[in-house]
Design a protein around this ligand. Sequence first.
Ligand code: AMP
Ligand code: MG
Length: 584
Amino acid sequence: MDRDFSPAAAGPSLDAISDSLKNQSLEDDNRNEDSNSQNRVNLKLEELKWDHSFVRELPGDPITDLTPREVLHACYTTVFPSAEVDNPQLVAWSESVAELLDLDPREFERPDLAQIFSGASPLVGIMPYAQCYGGHQFGMWAGQLGDGRAITLGEILNSKSERWELQLKGAGRTPYSRFADGLAVLRSSIREFLCSEAMHNLGIPTTRALCLVTTGKYVTRDMFYDGNPKDEPGAIVCRVAQSFLRFGSYQIHATRDDFDLVHKLADYCIRHHFPHLENLSKSDTLSFTTGEGDDSVVDLTSNKYAAWAVEVAELTASLVAKWQAIGFTHGVLNTDNMSVLGLTIDYGPFGFLDAFDPSYTPNITDLPGRRYCFANQPDIGSWNIAQFATTLSSAQLINKKETDYIIERYGTKFMDEYQALVTKKLGLPKYNKQLISDLLKNMAVDKVDYTNFFRLLSNVKSDPAIPEESLLVPLKAVLLDIGKERRDAWTSWVKSYIQELAESDLSDEERKTSMNSVNPKYILRNYLCQSAIDAAELGDFEEVRRLLKVMERPYDDQPGMEKYARLPPAWAYRPGVSMLSCSS
Ligand code: AMP
Ligand code: MG
């Protein structure tokens, strides 16, 4: 089939959108006027500009039967949301995601809103589907996985011509559901909803969440896989991202020798999400020397797929560097949970570090090998990128030299970004490997709270005349119950730190402001999520909404909200809070 890939073919143009906006009724004009001062377009749900590039440009499954099965030669299967509902309720919604989609905030007051976002009353204009993908789970090829419970409604083009895919997670079975029910529980949905928004506000690339609704039905889950299943309230999150393509979206077709489909899917992704790579012209900035001799040069301008994979590697490296700096552990870094846009995706048993422990894994299933523990994430990112590059290489989109170069770029980019981030976290004038490594060792020995330590560190004054016995005063609240030997170790570290600060051009006040802009006061600790979940399971959604608000400004001191920045209580470390299973 001849396809037109011009921007016009990708959906309504910006002109078409503004024309249709002009044609809205007088009533709508009035609605818009209220917020014109903020330059905001306010659409009703029925007025969203749907576009369906994925369905239009890629081959789909001709069968619509929902029986679990292998879906061959197709990127998706058409499937409608089917979760049963009984008086579904809106738990929370994100104002900034609504704005991204040009949605009028007043839409969230509609009585039928929860019906719509539970999938029970379909929105006009959608073309729903489940995506086919595979993945390496815990290092082993797991074959076809796919959207087993996430159903994409389609893509929306906003007034800025941005493309946003909307997806309902927990909306019922698809052919990719395997043995499972296609549903999600309130507990895991609250975690995904809050963490998507918290990560975004921390400045970490992530899929977003528009809203969260309960289904009013119960779902049976064995939370600890210990033979004690429980009925839990069901829920659905509406997730939003420019694309939900994963490394596994490419792997599945390559493992089936369906290289034509790998090619088509690579073209699709470049066309819509990396359009600057479509017409690369020869330029020195995209040639790289990888070793000795003439054929050691990798010229990315001669192969857009290699240039693309380098960008995917760099986006991934940059993402993982940000996770390490903020203290986030994803928990399930299988290749089906790796976004080709470098977004944090598929929030399951994730966790932010409380007491610093490099071997912390939030995933009970990961305990035996700790493959996905905090300290392993940079290496796992590299392993995953190697799988992605190998996939493109098997489809002959890139050669061996380019494959090696992509993996190498991941490593270099990660180190560059990570070093820059920790340097800024400490407010140092330049990277100091020894100082940082000594700090992390000390933090691990004394199980120091990762977030609060860095926030307090900005109170240290760069004055070499401070008497030794006062050096630890600013850190008192995080250096608890330590004996003389450990106090000496910390005093010695703070001395070296102050020495290093002497070379800084910044005043103490300027350094504090700079450090506080990268060291959050508020993070979404697992125990905070749990408190919100406990209340929500009893029908009170206020704590979810409050947490969402607090996490909107994680770097600001928020008077009255200090309790959300406190050290976790003892119960925070019990299984089910600091550590979870994938059962969700
Ligand atoms: P995850 O651990 O959430 O990344 O999921 C791994 C795979 O299992 C994906 O293919 C999911 O779609 C699928 N999956 C997880 N939970 C369910 C469920 N309750 N019903 C159907 N499929 C599921
Ligand atoms: Mg997943």
